[in-house]
Design a protein around this ligand. Structure first.
Ligand code: 5GP
Length: 176
């Protein structure tokens, strides 16, 4: 058992499982995107560790940049307003790869795809380390998926609980 703040977690995916899967994903991307000069867009904060491990194994000519999605409640509509921060590299005509830590309901991914599409990229692909299919509310295709998981709260390998736990090399799940 690992305690993070007030919650207890246990190992869900160990270092080897994560490393092996990332190698497989990188191999697929190297095959699919050769000659496309992809631009990887890592979504902060959670994707930093996944992107760093993945990127070391990408051997096609490519660039990387980082974006942040701020979200806050809009009192007027009682909905969530999302705002994209940090898009400084022009994406027109580029093959863009959105790199996420986890896709849960898909709202963040949907917002990212819609917003990036306005920049007229040649293509938008998505890669996520984790995905909870049962929580997904959109039918966006995830091109490269690390692990499908149940609808449970996970931390580690970049993912946090109240800001903590990102430094775990394993992915941990909340103990029942
Ligand atoms: P979505 O917009 O797909 O519902 O949510 C995506 C974001 O929710 C992720 O980038 C992440 O910040 C957060 N999230 C969703 N599920 C989990 C989880 O199980 N653990 C952690 N740490 N964050 C999660």
């Amino acid at each position: 058992m690992i305690t993070i703040q007030d919650l207890k977690f246990k190992t869900f995916l160990n270092k080897e499982q994560i490393r092996e899967r990332i190698t497989e994903l990188a191999t697929q991307i190297n095959h699919d995107m050769a000659g496309q000069n992809p631009l990887f867009l890592g979504i902060l904060n959670g994707s930093f560790m996944f992107l760093s491990e993945l990127f070391k194994q990408i051997n096609v000519s490519c660039e990387v940049s980082f974006l942040k999605v701020n979200s806050y409640h809009n009192m007027a509509s009682s909905g969530k307003i999302r705002e994209l921060i940090g898009l400084s590299t022009p994406i027109e005509g580029r093959h863009v790869v959105i790199v996420e830590d986890i896709v849960d309901t898909g709202f963040t991914l949907d917002f990212l795809i819609n917003t990036l599409q306005k920049g007229n990229p040649a293509s938008i692909r998505t890669i996520t380390l984790l995905h909870k299919p049962s929580a997904m509310k959109f039918d966006h295709k995830i091109d490269y998926l690390g692990f499908e998981i149940e609808n449970k709260f996970v931390v580690g390998f970049g993912l946090d609980y109240n800001g903590y736990g990102r430094n775990s090399e394993e992915i941990l799940v909340k103990a029942d």
